[in-house]
Design a protein around this ligand. Structure first.
Ligand code: B12
Ligand code: SF4
Length: 492
């Protein structure tokens, strides 16, 4: 057993990314770090600074030796606890993994945190008996206190004193402790533990995007979102640039993916950030998720000069009434203005659209597709609305469908279109999006994107064209048979 209270975080990472996945997020190289959780990096950094130790192992679910790999890590590290950070749609797969691990290591307690268990604490402990503890809300101090109590011998009375914790007592009753108060000054958070993602077998590759978070919370209330609303705080711009500089010096990281609810925290914040970045001349590139109407032309020109190559913007719907219903607090005119400027400046953009919002019908979906085409982002990502626990829209899901994420069922519809219709519409819209002359001219042939990003766009185009044509061919029985045969021969 190690001296310090120690946790080993585990995660399932699907390695089978297709080219359009990384093209979607605007990287020239496979976005191999995309699925790793920022939460793990920040939690481990925090506990290390407070007398504990943390490690991280991930496996590909298709790897037949995956569980052996985890077991070997457990035998080597001898952690006091195993940790998971999970969204709702990850619970099912990860719980299957937990069953396998518990069969081999029954005495190591398992703690799960993240937005899912925060939204459904009692449900999680009642329905997933192999999960011993849950961390509700912000986890830094909860995890630290939990590990220290565990190492000291545990006991329900001691666990009851830890805010933001859920567990079953000696009689099997679920106990949820008082809410964990958020960390007021998040400038006190240490640098993320990037070393968990980098070792000699896995050095930072050219164009690996490393996650970085500059703020906690969110002050918007989009109805489809299960994020923590309220308690918005940010790290001072100088501290963020310090972190970037240290990450570059220590690990050679030069591409950052901002994982804030939205970036930048404010215009004043961004101007200070740009001033400091400019002075230090760090030569980094970065990408971020933002809201339309936030940044003006001159802001964007400056950001491009400082290394911004990709921006992702959630538009979600093309119909003004739907935008109101989902409380997006943007207008189509603002979206148009933002994308016109971005296309003119030559920043690779992703526009996010959802189909199946409350009030949606075939006409409103068609309007979204039309608006997406007009905005003409480098990528338009259409997804079928997933009503996850913790979001306002989850209340609209019928009781009998509420556990869709648990049983592996299709995403339930909260509008007049059926789930199958929505899946079909989203897939078709996503595939067909780049197959237009206006898009091709803007993002591949001419336009203002840097050459490397035109290449990304070209790859994205080819993948979509191939998939689209295959889809059409598969509708004809003769070609369907032929494709099946070719796939069989190719072992796919
Ligand atoms: C950046 C982001 C992404 C990125 C990166 C995802 C990643 N792998 O990290 C991208 C764009 C790829 C993405 C994809 C998806 N995302 Co996302 N994403 C976010 C976002 C904006 C920020 C997440 C983040 O890193 N925050 C910063 C960290 C520090 O906060 P945190 O994760 O909440 O962690 C804190 C606590 O929760 C807690 N904690 C977390 N884990 C643990 C573990 C333990 C043991 C303990 C004690 C505590 C603890 O402590 C942490 C520090 O205080 C949030 C919205 C938001 N503002 O929270 C949505 C969010 C997390 N995403 C969500 C969803 C649904 C998805 C997708 C499923 C979308 C989809 N349909 O495909 C995929 C799933 C991808 C995956 N497998 O991870 C939902 C989750 C809702 C839910 N009920 O689970 C959120 C809340 C947004 C929403 N639409 O509702 N996402
Ligand atoms: S979708 Fe983004 S802006 Fe809207 S509430 Fe969620 S995190 Fe905030």
């Amino acid at each position: 057993m190690p001296d310090k209270p120690t946790i080993l975080f585990l995660q399932i990472i699907h390695s089978g990314f297709e080219p359009f996945d990384y093209a979607t997020f605007g990287l020239k190289r496979n976005f191999d770090l995309l699925p790793h959780k920022y939460a793990v990096l920040t939690l481990v950094a925090w506990i290390r600074e407070h007398g504990c130790e943390g490690f991280y192992t991930f496996i590909d679910p298709t790897d037949p030796n995956g569980v052996d790999k985890i077991s070997a890590s457990i035998d080597k590290i001898k952690p006091d606890a195993l940790g998971f950070s999970l969204c709702s749609d990850e619970i099912r797969d990860n719980y299957m993994l937990i069953e396998k691990i518990k069969a081999r290591h029954p005495d190591i307690p398992i703690i799960v945190g993240g937005r899912h268990v925060t939204a459904l604490p009692e449900h999680s402990l009642k329905n997933f008996p192999l999960i011993d503890f849950i961390g509700i809300g912000e986890g830094e101090r909860t995890l630290e206190e939990f590990l220290k109590v565990l190492k000291a011998g545990g006991g329900s009375d001691e666990y009851r004193k830890i805010d933001g914790l859920g567990f079953r007592d000696e009689n099997g009753n679920v106990v949820i402790t008082s809410p964990r108060q958020p960390i007021e000054d998040i400038n006190t958070l240490p640098d993320p533990a990037y070393d968990l993602l980098i070792d000699s077998d896995n050095p930072p590759g050219e164009r690996s995007g490393f996650p970085l978070v500059c703020s906690y919370g969110c002050y918007f209330h989009c109805t489809f979102c299960g994020a923590e609303h309220g308690h918005y705080r940010f790290i001072n711009p100088e501290k963020v640039v310090d972190r970037i500089e240290r990450a570059k010096q220590k690990y050679g990281i030069d591409y950052f993916a901002m994982r804030d609810s939205f970036w930048p925290p404010s215009i004043k914040w961004m101007e200070e950030f740009c001033d400091i970045l400019e002075k230090r001349d760090l030569e980094i590139e970065f990408q971020f998720l933002t809201r339309v109407r936030t940044l003006t032309r001159s802001h964007l020109l400056r950001l491009k000069k400082l290394g911004v190559r990709t921006m992702m913007l959630g538009v979600e719907a093309g119909d003004p009434e739907i935008l109101k219903a989902i409380k997006k607090q943007i207008t189509i005119e603002q979206a148009r203005e933002s994308f016109d400027i971005l296309n003119e400046i030559g920043i690779y953009t992703v526009s996010f659209f959802m189909v199946g919002n409350q009030g949606e019908n075939l006409e409103t979906v068609k309007t979204s597709i039309k608006v997406a085409n007009e905005l003409n982002a480098s990528i338009a990502y259409f997804s079928h609305l997933a009503p996850f626990p913790g979001s306002e829209v989850y209340d609209l899901v019928k009781d009998e469908d509420k556990e869709w994420w648990r049983v592996g069922a299709a995403r339930p519809s909260v509008c007049d279109l059926t789930s199958e219709e929505l899946d079909h519409l989203a897939t078709e819209a996503f595939l067909r999006y780049p197959l237009r002359w206006r898009w091709f001219r803007q993002h591949v042939l001419f336009g203002h994107l840097p050459a490397a990003y035109r290449k990304v766009a070209w790859k994205y185009y080819r993948v979509h064209l191939r998939k689209y044509l295959l889809g059409i061919a598969e509708r004809v029985p003769f070609f369907r048979g032929l494709i099946k045969m070719v796939k069989k021969v190719a072992g796919k």
